[in-house]
Design a protein around this ligand. Structure first.
Ligand code: AMP
Ligand code: MG
Length: 402
């Protein structure tokens, strides 16, 4: 049996290659960029006016002039005017290019307008002006040809906005992995079925698929009975068509736990089986060709620990995201666990004074998946300690946004 950190290291070393594909930029949220995005122009591309008001030549105001003749109106989206008389002004709107001859913009709130003899004048009421005020200078934010977004960035709305602004209608991204979720168990029935007294409805596949859909992956779901032959036939088909296969159940030591045996029959080499942890000890991991199999134990809490502790970081890695820095939380009360196993404790997270506090809600074991309704995360308590003291800090594995 290997430790949690060994398992993590081994899994993250067994990467598979996912192809790069073109994705329409408006649909690229949540995908991983596989090219650099460069600025096609300066940001902003011209001296951009940032207030509705008037544009003047600053020097005249500094020399004591307060009243300016309005020569015209320049709105956003029109070519720049040129100030005809240097002591006049132009009415100007946010987003317009700074008119030639102007070098200060005074907002409407600091102006009174009046009409005299069919002409419009503006009087500046503010007593303080600064040269080039309310002008967002060309190239202040980024320069033409700067790399704005580097390859391997996970795309958020911020990157989408920048990509479209430089005219990129498609982006090179990592193709999302094709994932199959295969649950096993004769005691499990579907959502719409009425379970017999000795049956339950299967839920793991939907928990797994929902968590994957949250990171933009649409997985396909199968359910197989605990029959070696059936699992073998179906798994060999599924293995052909998918990059990552996640099984749930059938990996422990029961008489009907066929997943490890089937993998052996299908000649999918085992990388390891079993991790020194609770819950989720019997996890099986294998790799063949450019594909991997995560055999997660069926107890629903174990399945979630396996997913969030190992599968999710693995998916980030193969998609090309540099792994996220670990998150941590402070244990809010003493907790004991006296086995030499890493313990994944279910916790409710409270954000207090800028710190994440983890309140233990241990529940009734790995079958108690209703307990997760009250929790946000697991914290990872190391195998070599038995008593975990309030105030100590431990790695956090969230399964909700916190
Ligand atoms: P197994 O890992 O197959 O030995 O299953 C361990 C426990 O988890 C058993 O009590 C199963 O009934 C339960 N279990 C397995 N798969 C699922 C599933 N897909 N949904 C809910 N419970 C499951
Ligand atoms: Mg089973």
């Amino acid at each position: 049996m290997i430790s949690v950190s060994e398992a993590e290291k081994i899994i993250l070393e067994q990467t598979i290659n996912l192809p790069i594909e073109d994705c329409p930029t408006p649909e690229a949220i949540g995908k991983v960029l596989r090219e650099d995005i460069k600025a096609d122009r300066d940001f902003p591309p011209f001296d951009r006016v940032t207030m509705d008001g008037i544009a003047i030549n600053y020097q005249y105001w500094e020399n004591g002039q307060k009243k300016f003749l309005i020569e015209g109106v320049q709105t956003a989206g029109s070519p720049p005017f040129t100030l005809q008389k240097p002591d006049s002004a132009l009415e100007i709107m946010t987003g317009a290019m700074l008119p030639t001859g102007c070098d200060a913009v005074i907002p409407v709130e600091e102006i009174t307008f009046e009409e005299e003899g069919g002409k419009k004048f503006a009087t500046i009421t503010s007593t303080k002006l600064v040269h080039r005020q309310n002008i967002h200078p060309q190239g202040e934010d980024r320069k033409k040809d700067d790399i704005l977004v580097s390859t391997n960035t996970l795309l958020s709305q911020a990157e989408i906005a920048v990509a479209v602004s430089v005219g990129k209608s498609t982006l090179k991204v990592t193709r999302k992995p094709a994932i199959a979720i295969v649950s096993t168990g004769n005691e499990l029935v579907g959502i719409d079925e009425i379970p017999k007294p000795y049956q339950i409805r299967r839920s793991n596949s939907y928990a797994l698929a929902s968590a994957l859909s949250n990171v933009g992956i649409k997985a396909q779901i199968w359910h197989l009975p605990d029959e070696q032959q059936v699992i073998e036939e179906k798994m060999s088909e599924i293995f052909r068509d998918f990059d990552v296969i996640i099984t749930s159940g059938g990996v422990s030591k029961g008489k009907k736990d066929f997943v490890p045996l089937v993998m052996e029959k299908l000649q999918i080499p085992k990388v390891f089986h079993r991790i020194k942890q609770r819950p989720g000890k019997p996890l099986w991991f294998g790799k063949k060709d450019n594909k991997v199999v995560f055999g997660l134990p069926g107890n629903p809490v174990s399945t979630m620990v396996g997913l969030f502790r190992y599968v999710m970081p693995y998916l980030r890695k193969i998609e090309g995201i540099n792994n996220k820095p670990k998150q941590f939380a402070v244990l809010s009360e003493d907790f004991s666990f006296d086995r030499e196993l890493t313990y994944f404790l279910s916790v409710k997270i409270i954000n207090k004074e800028g710190k994440l506090w983890a309140n233990p809600i241990p529940g009734h074991g790995s079958g108690d998946f209703a307990n997760l309704l009250d929790c946000d995360a697991f914290i990872e308590l190391p195998a070599h300690e038995k008593n975990f003291l309030a105030g100590s800090v431990y790695p956090l594995i969230p399964f909700r946004n916190i």
